[in-house]
Write a protein that binds this ligand. Structure first.
Ligand code: FSO
Ligand code: SF4
Length: 544
């Protein structure tokens, strides 16, 4: 196996024996084969589009879901990848029939997957990241594009589940992925595709924002309990608000408390979710703490998306997966005819009985999406003009286990009292339970939401730039980002494609970015690797 798609890759170079994430080499090879199948489908889809035809819903949704399943910390279940690979074969054959005969097609198009898993694994070994003899920079840009495509697939999947799609976004999965089969593609073309992906992902996050806000209302500032309550419970993790809503409906009146976990925390701000009294609070920290926090827990956990870690035996019987998530030996809740029946997890939670006592109450504040923040725009502008707010920091992104990530905690702590901190995604758990005080009537820490709510942050920045009549790069705003997996890659490409410069990025730079490509990114966008909080803060605040 060879995988270097995420930040925690072994030795900062690549996982070769087993993933640091826990993905074993069999699953890694199967994921490589699935991606190869998807590239073949993409090529045919691209031809289909060139013939002026539309790609059907089933094929599009299969593409999104299968891509999503290969993201870091999503699915570790060999069986599920075997099923995806075989289903991909059928999808490919269907498309072939529709496209008609083609000459000189890439091998992925005519490749036929064997039924036998051992043979699949052998084939997977031949089509991994290092299979093609191509220049290091081309490989780097190609993988950058693929990870961006994977990240966007996750967001498109969520939007589609709530009935929102965009044809251009959908088609881009096929047209862009098809280009990754071309070994003669130029670096310029790949770079331009990465920028195009960034713009497409902006649109994709916009439709997801519409899907969330039209279904659940605009997030409102909301206090969230972060201490335990007595009684049976289910902890819901991941990003899928629809799963949470469905579970809230099915648990109503059953005496079960629902807690959010990880990236589900922002759910508390949405009117159509917070109206459920049994959505009682948020449990735990970021994803990498789950093995400790779920250890022997007297309740259930539902993983709706990443980030899943290998469950310990002490809770393997009470953690459930759904959607594209999976782990060998963990119960999975299937969607049947558009509905999920959560009865098994509900029964198990009741059986386990839950916590015996209430903990002393502690609360944090969430719910500062673009609607709320822009509603305060006049006051924010006045505060900036009067010098009450000197600078804005967006400190956000994904969390992870590396010690270098303390940088973000320290950075947030060291920001001067006359600066406002915006945050999003799971990286916020490094500091979101600290008291940063207020500036006038504003809390100094405003939680915008999940990683996909980077869209909200961009809307806020773009609108503020309009009011101040300046370029976004000239706002008193600095982005201090932490990345971990491929959704973060998609968001980073979005920020770059919109022309955002001077982004501080860490905790380490992607292993898949070659020295030459890094140089291009630094030259074009002045991306800065994080150094230490004092030094970076001084540099930022002393700039003009
Ligand atoms: Fe985090 Fe995991 Fe949202 Fe990621 S929970 S790391 S970027 O999956 O998606 O921020
Ligand atoms: Fe390694 Fe990350 Fe790939 Fe897992 S997803 S195998 S940790 S690079």
């Amino acid at each position: 196996m060879f995988c270097f798609q995420c930040e925690q890759t072994a030795g900062g170079k690549g996982c070769t024996r087993v993933g640091v994430c826990g993905k074993d080499s069999r699953v890694a090879n199967l994921q490589d084969l699935l991606l190869y199948q998807l590239k073949g489908i993409a090529y045919l889809g691209d031809q289909h589009l060139k013939q002026g035809k539309k790609i059907d819903q089933y094929t599009t949704r299969f593409m999104m879901d299968a891509l999503f399943s290969t993201l870091t910390n999503v699915n570790f279940d060999e069986k599920r990848f075997v099923e995806y690979i075989l289903e991909a074969q059928t999808v490919k054959e269907n498309l072939k029939n529709q496209v008609g005969s083609l000459q000189n097609v890439p091998a992925a198009v005519d490749y036929r997957a064997p039924e036998d898993v051992e043979k699949m694994i052998e084939d997977g070994k031949k089509v991994g990241i290092l299979a093609d003899e191509i220049d290091e920079d081309i490989r780097s840009l190609r993988e950058l594009l693929i990870y961006g495509i994977k990240g966007m697939a996750a967001y498109a999947h969520h939007a589609a589940r709530l009935g929102k799609q965009d044809e251009n976004v959908n088609n881009f999965f096929f047209t862009a992925l098809a280009r990754t089969l071309d070994n003669n593609i130029s670096a310029d073309e790949l770079f331009n595709l990465c920028m195009e992906l960034g713009k497409m992902n902006f649109r994709c996050m916009q439709i997801l924002d519409e899907a969330h806000t039209q279904t659940f209302g605009h997030p409102q500032p909301t206090e969230v309990l972060i201490s335990k309550k007595k009684g049976p419970f289910i902890i819901v993790s991941g990003h899928d608000l629809k799963d949470l809503k469905d579970l809230l409906e099915q648990t109503e009146g059953k005496g079960i408390n629902i807690y959010t976990h990880g990236e589900m925390l922002p759910a508390h701000g949405y009117p159509e979710l917070k109206k459920y009294k049994h959505l009682v609070g948020n449990y735990g920290g970021a994803w990498q703490d789950q093995q400790k926090e779920f250890d022997g827990i007297p309740g259930c956990i539902l993983m709706t998306t990443n980030c899943l870690q290998k469950p310990k035996d002490s809770y393997k019987d009470r953690i459930f997966t759904t959607g594209v998530v999976g782990f060998d030996g963990v119960a999975h809740i299937e969607e049947v005819d558009g509905k999920k029946d959560f009865t098994p997890i509900i029964q198990k939670a009741l059986e386990l009985g839950g916590w015996q006592e209430d903990e002393e109450e502690k609360k944090i504040l969430v719910g500062f999406g673009h609607h709320t923040v822009l509603g305060l725009a006049n006051k924010i502008i006045d505060a900036v003009k009067s010098g009450q707010i000197k600078h804005f920091f967006l400190i956000g992104g994904c969390d992870g286990a590396r010690s270098g990530r303390n940088y973000y905690t320290e950075f947030a702590e060291k920001t001067p009292k006359d600066t406002l901190i915006l945050t999003l995604a799971c990286g916020k758990y490094r500091f979101n339970k600290k008291d940063f005080g207020t500036i006038g009537e504003f809390p100094r820490l405003l939680d915008i939401g999940q990683c996909n709510d980077a869209y909200s942050a961009l809307v806020i920045a773009i609108e503020l730039a309009k009011v101040f009549n300046c370029d976004v790069n000239d706002l008193p705003l600095t982005l201090v980002l932490s990345w971990f997996e491929q959704k973060a890659v998609a968001i980073l490409l979005t920020l770059l494609s919109l022309g955002l410069k001077n982004i501080y990025l860490g905790p380490s730079l992607p292993a898949f970015v070659s020295p030459n490509i890094l140089q291009v990114l630094v030259e074009k966008f002045n991306i800065k690797p994080i150094s230490n909080p004092e030094k970076d803060l001084n540099e930022i605040l002393s700039r003009k």
